[in-house]
Design a binder for this molecule. Structure first.
Ligand SMILES: Nc1ncnc2c1ncn2[C@@H]1O[C@H](COP(=O)(O)OP(=O)(O)OP(=O)(O)O)[C@@H](O)[C@H]1O
Length: 236
């Protein structure tokens, strides 16, 4: 079976104070098939976030670069794409959920509208269809009374609900791959478990939406010091 995403020998570097380049992601390989979830583990600072950002080519310009390796999404080598082509991949084929929902959401826009905009950008449907899909997505990520909540602003929702909205936005365009960069850091432990369950064990959700997810979790494993490993945590 062709993998959805395949990373080989990926090396990302930052520019040092003496203009030298030093690696922050070093020779990383990973393979993700449809419906699978991978957890990227490694000690703090070993490059998990930078791996996620490299895959979406969201690295800070001029001071960071991908210097070796390949990132293939289906049959396409993402490193050969132009920025406008890459913009179409982000959100449509690969979505990312960041750790702090308040920085991902627009505080001045109703949450339902924020999901609708993501649907409209990628699916080219009518306003009414986008609205219906936004409510459906909110129900899917477990927001009670979704129709009422859709008309509220982010500050009117709890932290867990806000993170669910961010996940709903990420799923709005039915991405093939979902990257979750510590999506639960800002939440309390019970809510963390619920939100994680949405991403890690969404067998039903994955089937319905046909996406694979890549989740970054900071797990300290001193015996693999300094390296990033991709561990397959669910393979059914
Ligand atoms: N803007 C930057 N300039 C220079 N170095 C950076 C920059 N951003 C990140 N780094 C370095 O890249 C390395 C990898 O950072 P990254 O954030 O990917 O680690 P991480 O594994 O996600 O850590 P954590 O689990 O603590 O979030 C670190 O050594 C960090 O210092």
């Amino acid at each position: 079976m062709t993998p959805v995403l395949q990373v080989e020998g990926l090396r990302t570097e930052f520019r040092g104070p003496k203009r030298n380049w030093f690696p922050v992601v070093n020779e990383v390989d990973l393979t993700l098939h449809a419906g699978e979830t991978l957890a990227v583990v490694g000690e703090s600072g070993c490059g998990k976030s930078m791996l996620a950002h490299s895959m979406l080519q969201l690295l800070p310009p001029r001071i960071a670069r991908i210097s070796a390796g390949s990132i293939r999404l289906g049959g396409t080598d993402l490193l050969s794409l132009s920025e406008p082509q890459m913009r179409r991949v982000r959100g449509k084929d690969i979505s990312m959920v960041f750790q702090e929902p308040m920085t991902s959401l627009n505080p001045l826009m109703k949450v339902g509208r924020q999901i609708e905009e993501s649907v409209l950008v990628h699916e080219g449907c009518s306003e009414a269809e986008a609205r219906a899909r936004a409510v459906e997505l909110m129900e899917m990520v477990g927001i009670p009374e979704a129709r009422i909540r859709a008309d509220q602003f982010p500050f009117q929702l709890s932290g867990g609900m806000r993170q669910r909205i961010v996940i709903a936005i990420a799923l709005a365009c039915r991405p093939k791959v979902l990257i979750a960069d510590e999506p639960t850091t800002a939440l309390d432990v019970t809510i963390q478990a619920q939100v994680l369950e949405l991403i890690v064990t969404p067998q039903e959700m994955q089937r319905r939406n046909g996406f694979s997810s890549l989740m970054k979790r900071a797990v300290i494993l001193p015996q693999i010091r300094g390296r990033v490993y991709a561990a397959r945590i669910k393979d059914e």
